[in-house]
Design a protein around this ligand. Structure first.
Ligand SMILES: O=C(O)[C@@H](O)[C@@H](O)[C@H](O)[C@H](O)CO
Ligand SMILES: [Mg+2]
Length: 403
C-alpha cells in the first residue's frame, strides 16, 4: 500500500500557463501529472481541488486502474475535456509514483522499449511560402526527419499556426479572445503551391505534414487531400471538425492522403468509429486531454487492431510533464506513428527539469525512475497565472467559424 497523503495543484505561467497536479504518498514518494487545458485552465484547477483531491486522500496510489474507474464512473457526468484532463493528471502522477517505487523509467512498466526512440516532427511556419521553407530547411539541418508546414494565406492578416513577425508561435494570447478573419477559398488556393515548392526545395527524404485545423467541410477536405496527393504528405491533420466521425467517409472516398485527427478528443468514444472504419491513419489524442496513460493505452490497443497509428499532440500548451508521459508511451506502444514536438521555452524547461532528449530527429524519455520530469515549485511560484484565450475565427461576412 502506498497511501496518498496529499495532492496539490500548482499553477504557473513561465511564458504560458501550465497546471500540474502533485501527489505524495506516506513514504514521501511524489508523482506529477499535467492538467493543462489551454484557455480553460482554472476549470480544471477547480475540478481537481474542489472535487477530485478530497476523494484521493487515503487511497492506495498503486491502484491506478481502480482510481481511474472511480473518477470516471464515479463522476456520473462522464467524459468532456475538463473531467478527462483532471483524470489524466491523476493517472500520470500515479504512474510516476509506481515507476519511482519500482526504480524504473515508466516505459519499462508499459512493456519496455519497442524502438530505439520516438520520431518527432517540428513546426516550420512563415508569413510566406519562402519563409516557411527556410524554416523547414533549418529543421532538417537540426536533424528533424519530419516537418509540419504552415504558411500565411495571401489576403488574410493572420492564420492558425503562423507566428506574429519576430515572435514565437503561441496561440493563446490576450485577456480576451483575439478575433481573426478566415477565408476557405483564399486558404485552399495557397496550400498546394506551398507543398509544390517544398518538395522542389526539400526533396523527398523528409516527411511533410500539414494541419488544416478543423477549417474545411468534408468535401473541401477531400478536394484538398486530392490536390496534395502528388506531394506525398505524411498526414493532413484535423481536415474537418470530427464530432461527426462519419463525415470522414466522404474525405476517404476522394483522397489517399493520410489523415490524422484527435488532439481535441478526450476518450476512445470520440474516435471509435474513425478507427474501426479505418477513416483515419493516425490518432492524435494524448495523455493530458485523453485520460492519461491508462486510457491512451486503451486507445492505442484498439487502434492497433485497425492499423491506425499514434501521432500524439505535442504543442507548447501541453507541459513537459505531458511530453515525458507521451515519450514513455510512444517508446513502448507497438503502433507508434510520430510525436509532435514544439520545444518549450528555456524558462519553461527550467520550471520542469526533465530527462527526455532530442537527437537525430528522435526523442527518448530517458532512464530516470518514473516519468523523469519534476516541477521546481519555488521557480513555478514566481510565474503568476495570466488568463489567456485561444483565438476565435470569423468568416469575412462575420459568421463565427472554426479556429
Ligand atoms: O497540431 C497542433 O499542435 C495544433 O493544433 C495546436 O497548436 C493547437 O492549436 C493548440 O494545442 C491549441 O491549444
Ligand atoms: Mg493540430
Amino acid at each position: 500500500m502506498a497511501e496518498i497523503v496529499s495532492a496539490r495543484v500548482i499553477v504557473t505561467c513561465p511564458d504560458r500557463n501550465f497546471v500540474t497536479l502533485k501527489i505524495e504518498t506516506a513514504d514521501g514518494i511524489t508523482g506529477i501529472g499535467d492538467a493543462t487545458l489551454n484557455g480553460r485552465e482554472m476549470a480544471v484547477v477547480s475540478y481537481l481541488q474542489d472535487h477530485v483531491i478530497p476523494c484521493l486522500i487515503g487511497r492506495d496510489a498503486h491502484r491506478i486502474e481502480d482510481i481511474w474507474q472511480y473518477l470516471y464512473k464515479g463522476a456520473y457526468w462522464r467524459r468532456g475535456p475538463v473531467t478527462m484532463c483532471s483524470i489524466a493528471a491523476v493517472d500520470m502522477a500515479l504512474w510516476d509514483i509506481k515507476a519511482k517505487v519500482a526504480g524504473l523509467p515508466l516505459y519499462q512498466l508499459l512493456g519496455g522499449a519497442s524502438r530505439e526512440g520516438c520520431m518527432v516532427y517540428g513546426h516550420a511556419n512563415g508569413a510566406t511560402i519562402e519563409e516557411t521553407i527556410e524554416e523547414a530547411i533549418r529543421h532538417v539541418e537540426q536533424g528533424y526527419k519530419a516537418v509540419r508546414l504552415q504558411a500565411g494565406v495571401p489576403g488574410l492578416k493572420s492564420t492558425y499556426g503562423v507566428a506574429k513577425p519576430g515572435q514565437r508561435y503561441e496561440p493563446a494570447d490576450g485577456a480576451l479572445p483575439t478575433e481573426s478573419l478566415w477565408s476557405t477559398e483564399k486558404y485552399l488556393r495557397s496550400v498546394a503551391p506551398l507543398f509544390d515548392k517544398a518538395r522542389e526545395v526539400l526533396g523527398w527524404d523528409v516527411h511533410l505534414l500539414h494541419d488544416v485545423h478543423h477549417r474545411l467541410t468534408p468535401i473541401e477536405a477531400g478536394r484538398l487531400g486530392k490536390e496534395l496527393e502528388p506531394y506525398r504528405l505524411f498526414w493532413m491533420e484535423d481536415a474537418t471538425p470530427a464530432e461527426n466521425q462519419a463525415g470522414f467517409r466522404l474525405i476517404r472516398q476522394h483522397t489517399t492522403t493520410p489523415l490524422a485527427v484527435g488532439e481535441i478528443f478526450n476518450t476512445i468514444w470520440d474516435c471509435k468509429q474513425l478507427i474501426e472504419e479505418q477513416l483515419i491513419d493516425y490518432v492524435r489524442a494524448t495523455m493530458v486531454h485523453a485520460g492519461g496513460i491508462t486510457h491512451m493505452r486503451r486507445i492505442a490497443s484498439f487502434a492497433d487492431l485497425y492499423q491506425v497509428r499514434t501521432g500524439c499532440h505535442g504543442a507548447t500548451d501541453l507541459s513537459p510533464v505531458c511530453m515525458a508521459a507521451a515519450l514513455h508511451f510512444g517508446l513502448s506502444v507497438p503502433n507508434f506513428g510520430i510525436q509532435e514536438l514544439m520545444p518549450h521555452t528555456a524558462k519553461t524547461d527550467e520550471v520542469f527539469p526533465h530527462a527526455y532528449s532530442f537527437k537525430d530527429g528522435m526523442m527518448h524519455p530517458g532512464d530516470a525512475p518514473g516519468l523523469g520530469v519534476e516541477i521546481d515549485e519555488a521557480l513555478a511560484a514566481k510565474y503568476e497565472y495570466k488568463r489567456a484565450y485561444l483565438p476565435v475565427a470569423r468568416l469575412e461576412d462575420g459568421t463565427l467559424f472554426n479556429w
